[in-house]
Write a protein that binds this ligand. Structure first.
Ligand code: SF4
Ligand code: SF4
Length: 950
């Protein structure tokens, strides 16, 4: 069949205020005028929303009997538009006067005191409308202050519906609607609930959208927000998750504090933020910040945890300060000068190195730090101490995904962006609680589904994203391999595979086909608990789609079979040709803001920067030359869990810990605690006294994300510059400078003038970063690889022509389903799953010091199914004890239909009930990632202490 070219887009020609314009057919008058630099006032419209034309502020004269609303009226050939005749302007003035008539009186002009651009007041000024204090006429519809950081003043609402569209169409949260009739009509949260008690997730998109003072940010900590004109603006990037949303911080220089944040235009985030990015930054100004180096006092040895566990109250709720108790811990340290502290660090680490050799040394870097800091840290450990014992929290989140991708397709990076879902016919979201862990990415997933992409969600927990799915599969925990093998069985049996792609670009297909033949849907269903017909239906949808993409999270990776799980996803895409085109591909959603960049920069024991294997011929020599050293370690180093194991055995004796908190984040923390106590010397570099710092010999005060410059690489491979926003407190120093100081003192001099210089060195030896520079990254950053960073945003797609393997092909590795390592039994009948909450980050050191985030989620809890709770005689909020073979914690029960009977879920952020007391430290044999998603526990009602006598 002959392929015909698509018809050329038709255009129309018209004049607007005398300017002749030719625009594509369907363009609205508003957009055409805007493109020509003509500003038409509007209240109900924003270019990100579908126009509704309700406020009538944008009316223009098109020569017809009635004026036309420019935001909805399409341009027509020969049309003559006048946007600002005296009559049109008079009409707008009258409209503004009517709207102002029932605006509530305010003490001060909201434009100057809130974070919302009060566009109505701007119009009032333009049309000379005096505010009529004393009104509103029929007001009193109410003020809602139930949300900790957003105030709602219904009297100021003009029912333009911008907030409704922001919440529904942009964020996909579907919280806001309308209630009532006539003048009593209000915007309503859920079923007219107070905002703070509704399903609102406090993303603040509605605040950013509101053109009046109806939805505004409350000041954090009751410190009034200074007039906008007195604040500085700094464009930077969110410090929390791998989405890497672009934002602008508005800074109160007098207080050296952030007043509020706005989303910023960038292709990946498009001005959206979640609750952490918009409201979770005040930790940087916490009075608990470390401001001076600390040295452990002589009488504080032997080492051990210094802060007593903070038990919950009778209901399991934390007492104030569920973090490290500074009053208990600080007396064990004395303040020191930088000179003394750095000399001690260099002397002690140097002595251990001399005595025990490179194998006695190890370092944990941080995915919260910049690319430059990750690069320098691994360079110090490798070249300064001669060992590859350097790792970071990638080991705990996507190490198995990276292992599978690196081995099978030659690159651990994502092959397409999360925004590319819009081009997919079908998307599988596998083991990802994306609304909590990557909230802004999830808003693109929800938006794509509304525009026609079929969404298949596969997860043992019915997370919020499942509510948006076309098909939701609640598989049994730990059965992913059987599930995907069952689908691949059907794909192959029905010929729903891409034979040409397989022939040209894939190896191992025969072995895969042979293995999955043993997983007919009925057998797979028996293992995974999803019925056979659903498996067949998913295979049909996937196999007949033109473009399918898979996004996955830690539900796939955090298993002892994590690498096998990821390999199944790679095979699913490869045998159906779903790689290398728009709307297709493989995307492990990265957790930390810079876990992609830290891995790229070489903060992993098996690879130098840019995944150049340490044991591959020629690589070591290349880095020895680049770094002007000799004798780099020829063997891959130990991983996070292996380093802990080695410390317990007396192997690793000296450690440098930059921004990691393994005491809470690693599995089986009682073992971690013993390992940290056993170290001869531990230096911890952080912004707060963490639980891990309690074991330190020296604590070095570092800078937060806000107090330094550097680049960060998000889950899409977008490299962005984070700018300095605040001054560092006290004597706190930038991490990259501390690394250089230590390196120089141990005899491997590092002399850099700025992060920019470090980045230049990185780009010169990292092929994927070639060509990128501080000068060409621009305000939105750039994707790598990028052959023309001066002019291009970079490559959305990888593997268009070939995979990154030596022969250019994907090497499929079939996987047999294997059960989890620790199955439930009579004594421990529940399966424990662990993970994050939307409002908190990892070990809580930042988020629990954020007013908004702590106010919304202040306490540790375990989700249990209501049937299980009833069987235990436990009500919502009751204190329960959860026990595994490794330990026991007490915390509040929350009843949840998202968890199946026999399973429970504990967020791991809370030290007073640390989930990792319970988890098992079995690891995936290839990715070396721990099994955070599966271990056997017992849940039971905890004995409630008697009320004290009155
Ligand atoms: S804060 Fe976000 S979720 Fe809440 S109502 Fe506003 S837009 Fe919706
Ligand atoms: S989605 Fe991630 S990067 Fe974006 S605002 Fe939220 S935490 Fe920050």
């Amino acid at each position: 069949m002959a392929i015909t070219a698509p018809p050329a887009a038709r255009t129309v020609t018209l004049s607007i205020d005398g300017q002749e314009l030719t625009v594509p057919e369907g363009t609205t008058i508003y957009d055409a005028a805007k493109g020509a630099g003509i500003d038409i006032p509007v209240l109900c419209h924003d270019e990100r929303y579908d126009p509704v034309g309700v406020c009538r502020m944008c009316v223009v004269d098109v020569g017809a009997r009635v004026y036309a609303a420019a935001c909805v009226r399409p341009c027509e050939d020969g049309m003559e538009v006048k946007t600002a005749t005296p009559e049109v302007e008079q009409r707008r003035g009258t409209l503004t006067q009517l709207l102002m008539a029932d605006q509530p009186p305010t003490e001060e002009d909201p434009k100057e005191t809130t974070t919302a651009d009060n566009e109505l007041l701007v119009l009032a000024r333009r049309y000379g409308i005096e505010r009529e204090d004393g009104l509103p006429l029929g007001g009193g519809r109410g003020i809602d202050l139930s949300n900790p950081v957003i105030a709602v003043n219904h009297d100021a609402c003009i029912l333009c519906d911008r907030c409704v569209r922001a919440c529904d169409d942009i964020q996909g949260n579907d919280v806001i609607g309308r209630s009532g009739k006539g003048y009593a009509t209000l915007i309503a949260f859920d079923l007219n609930d107070p905002m703070g008690e509704s399903s609102c997730v406090t993303c603040g998109e509605c605040v950013a959208a509101c053109p009046t003072g109806a939805l505004v940010n409350k000041p954090i900590h009751d410190v009034p927000i200074r007039p906008r004109t007195e604040l500085d603006s700094v464009d930077t990037v969110c410090p929390y998750c791998g989405v890497g949303c672009a934002l602008t911080f508005h800074v109160d220089r007098e207080r050296n504090a952030i007043a509020y944040a706005d989303g910023r235009d960038q292709p990946g985030s498009q001005r959206r933020l979640c609750v952490k990015g918009r409201y979770g930054w005040d930790y940087a100004s916490s009075p608990q910040r470390l401001t001076t180096p600390l040295i452990r006092r002589e009488d504080s040895y032997p080492k051990g945890p210094l802060s007593s566990d903070v038990k919950g109250d009778r209901k399991g709720r934390k007492k104030p300060g569920g973090l490290v108790d500074y009053d208990e811990v600080l007396p064990h340290f004395r303040e020191a000068s930088w000179e003394e502290a750095l000399s001690l660090v260099a002397d002690r680490l140097g002595a251990i190195h001399k005595d025990g050799g490179p194998a006695a040394m190890a370092g944990f870097g941080s995915a919260k730090c910049s690319n430059e800091e990750a690069y320098l840290f691994q360079k110090l450990i490798r070249a300064g101490f001669g060992t590859n014992n350097v790792d970071h929290c990638t080991r705990l989140c996507h190490a198995s995904s990276v292992a599978a991708l690196t081995r099978d397709v030659g690159s651990g990076a994502v092959s397409t962006t999360y925004g590319d879902i819009i081009n997919a016919n079908v998307a599988i979201l596998a083991g990802t609680n994306t609304t909590a862990n990557h909230p802004v990415a999830s808003s693109f997933f929800k938006q794509a589904r509304r525009r026609g992409t079929k969404l298949i969600v596969v997860d043992p927990r019915r997370e919020r994203i499942a509510d948006h799915a076309d098909i939701y599969c609640q598989l049994k925990p730990g059965t992913d391999v059987a599930f995907y093998n069952g689908i691949m069985h059907e794909l192959i049996a029905n010929g729903w595979v891409d034979r040409e792609f397989i022939a040209e670009r894939v190896t191992g297909y025969g072995e895969l086909a042979k293995l999955v033949k043993q997983y007919p849907p009925e057998r797979a269903a028996q293992i995974c608990g999803v019925d056979a017909d659903t498996l067949r239906e998913i295979a049909r949808i996937w196999g007949t789609a033109n473009a399918g993409v898979i996004y996955w999270g830690m539900g796939i990776s955090q298993h002892t079979t994590g690498t096998d799980n990821a390999r199944c996803l790679i095979a699913m895409c490869s045998i159906t040709g779903n790689v290398g085109r728009h709307g297709t591909g493989l995307h492990p959603l990265r957790g930390q803001n810079n876990v992609q960049g830290a891995s790229d920069a070489g903060l992993i024991p098996m690879t130098y920067p840019d995944y150049q294997m340490v044991d591959r011929q020629g690589t070591r020599e290349k880095f020895e030359q680049a770094w002007s050293v000799s004798g780099l370690d020829p063997e891959p180093g130990l991983t996070v869990t292996e380093i802990i194991g080695s410390a317990l055995q007396g192997g690793v004796r000296g450690m440098y810990m930059m921004g990691e908190n393994p005491f809470l984040s690693d599995p089986n923390v009682n073992k971690v605690r013993k390992a940290l106590s056993a170290l001869d010397f531990l230096v911890v570099q952080d912004i707060f006294l963490t639980e891990t710092a309690e074991f330190a010999d020296v604590v070095l005060p570092a800078t937060s994300y806000m107090e330094k410059e550097g680049t960060y690489t998000n889950t899409d491979r977008r490299v962005q510059i984070g700018r300095k926003v605040l001054e560092a407190p006290g004597e706190a120093r930038e991490d990259w400078k501390i690394i250089c100081d230590i390196s120089t003192r141990i005899g491997f001099p590092m002399d850099y003038g700025s992060p920019r210089e470090v980045f230049e060195e990185m780009a010169a030896i990292m092929p994927n970063y070639a060509g990128l520079s501080y000068d060409n990254l621009g305000p939105s950053g750039k994707l790598y690889p990028n052959s023309d960073p001066e002019h291009s945003d970079g490559s959305v797609l990888l593997f268009e022509e070939r995979f990154n393997t030596e022969d250019g092909k994907a090497h499929l590795v079939p996987a047999e389903w294997m059960p989890a390592k620790e199955l439930p039994n009579e004594e421990f009948p529940f399966i424990l799953n662990t993970g994050r909450l939307l409002e908190h980050w990892h070990t809580g050191s930042m988020t629990r010091r954020s007013f908004a985030l702590d106010a919304i989620q202040p306490e540790a809890f375990v989700y249990v199914n209501p049937d299980d709770a009833a069987a235990m005689g436990v009500a919502d909020g009751d204190l329960v004890r959860v026990t595994s073979r490794r330990g026991s914690i007490e915390l509040a029960a929350r009843l949840s239909h998202r968890d199946t009977p026999g399973t429970c879920f504990i967020p791991f952020h809370f030290r007073e009930a640390a989930a990792n007391v319970l988890t098992i430290d079995e690891i995936d044999p290839i990715g070396k990632i721990p099994e955070f998603k599966f271990c056997a526990v017992r849940v039971e009602a905890a004995a409630v202490p008697a009320e004290p006598a009155a």
